[in-house]
Design a protein. Structure first.
Length: 405
């Protein structure tokens, strides 16, 4: 059992590392080409069919790049495709989803206070939602709504808000955020494999056959690429959110996720405008900051945290609190089965992050973490597997906020 647990932990780490590597490659190339496309300049004397050019310097050398809006007159001898970065990112991400959330469904995926289902049913819901998300998105893009970029983006945003709320009605808060990121990443990767690359292959086939390519294929691919560009930053936030319970484990988590999409769009709008040499919209950073402050407030409703509460060396104030005996009983009964010297939960052989909540002093030492993850948010226990009650969470809040003053 111990060997299996160790193997599975390293398998998870390896999949996560691979996912980060491939995501860096995909996002990096995506950001570069968006910036390149927006920075193209037109001038007299460009080759026939060329839309614009860009001079760049990097690594001690100069690069002269020209873009053909449809295609050059002849098929170039060497052609580099950018597709495997997207495919590998999605495949490694889905592998990580299976390793962590499907294999550990009872702990990380299912919250029986939200939806009491078996692990196979929860996994089926997960896979079906990712598939359905792409189908709905693709149909919207191909509908008459797709004729207006602004209208389509607003409708797609409403769809993502609905998915954000829906996931919180199905899974744990952590899994809801992860799935919202996964459904967005699925849309982005499917755009590449189902639309962008096939359209480019049609253009290449026309060139090889000596036919003039239809410009509609490039236009469609560019629209999907633009969607990917604006969705990237929210996906990164959602994938990182599982480390921050105040984002996913609070009452208004789905609103927080919805606002993050707006923040991501504002930041990308700033860089896209700069790259297109159309001004310097500093207001986007101010708007993003205001929305982020609203997100911080939403994470602590109804009471706003007034600052980080720092414990004294021995944590006397927390131990001396009248609430401490009851809080200690809650922690020992609901948390120590994992956070103990010999965890009793099946499959856990070491206390997570080596936090041992098995004595008065250690509980006091970790008062702030207990408050944030089990009191102010519902991040712990994962999926509320030990069935900590709202009254017990309220008691933890009262204990920390009362003794911390």
């Amino acid at each position: 059992m111990q060997d299996i647990a160790i193997f599975w932990e390293w398998l998870s780490f390896g999949a996560r590392w691979l996912h980060v590597i491939t995501a860096i490659a995909w996002i990096g190339s995506s950001f570069y080409f968006i910036a390149l496309d927006l920075g193209l300049r037109q001038r007299p004397g460009l080759p026939a069919g060329a839309h614009g050019e860009e001079w760049q310097v990097h690594g001690g050398g100069f690069y002269h790049i020209q873009k053909y809006l449809v295609a050059p007159a002849e098929m170039p001898e060497h052609l580099t495709w950018f597709k495997w970065e997207s495919y590998a990112t999605w495949l490694s991400g889905f592998a990580l989803l299976a390793i962590v959330y499907y294999a550990g469904a009872d702990l990380f995926l299912i919250d029986r206070n939200v939806l009491d289902v078996s692990a196979p049913v929860a996994i089926l819901i997960s896979v079906a939602s990712l598939t359905l998300g792409w189908i709905v998105y693709d149909l919207l893009c191909k509908s008459p709504l797709g004729e207006s970029d602004t209208t389509l983006m607003l409708v797609l945003y409403a769809f993502l808000v609905l998915m954000a709320w829906g996931y919180t009605q199905l899974f744990t808060g952590r899994a809801a955020f992860l799935h919202l990121g996964a459904i967005t990443a699925t849309i982005m990767s499917a755009n590449v494999i189902m639309i962008i690359i096939p359209n480019q292959k049609i253009v290449v086939a026309d060139l090889i056959a000596g036919r003039k390519p239809d410009p509609k294929y490039g236009k469609i691919a560019k629209t999907r690429s633009l969607h990917n560009n604006y969705l990237t930053l929210p996906v990164i936030f959602l994938m990182l959110s599982n480390h921050y319970p105040l984002a996913f484990g609070t009452q208004f988590n789905w609103i927080i996720a919805s606002l993050i999409f707006i923040v991501g769009v504002l930041i990308r709008h700033y860089f896209n405008t700069i790259h297109a040499r159309k001004g310097n919209p500093h207001w986007t950073w101010g708007a993003a900051a205001v929305i982020f402050i609203i997100i911080m407030w939403l994470s602590t409703v109804p009471a706003v945290l007034t600052g980080e509460k720092k414990l004294s060396a021995a944590g006397e104030a927390f131990v001396a609190s009248a609430h401490f005996p009851a809080v200690r009983d809650t922690v020992m009964g609901r948390c120590a089965m994992c956070h103990g010297a010999e965890p009793a939960w099946d499959g856990i052989i070491h206390a997570p992050k080596d936090v041992l909540l098995d004595s008065d002093a250690v509980i006091a030492e970790h008062a702030r973490e207990i408050y944030l993850q089990a009191g102010r948010s519902h991040a712990m226990p994962p999926g509320n597997v030990t069935e900590i009650s709202p009254e017990e969470r309220a008691l933890i809040v009262a204990w920390f906020e009362g003794a911390g003053r």
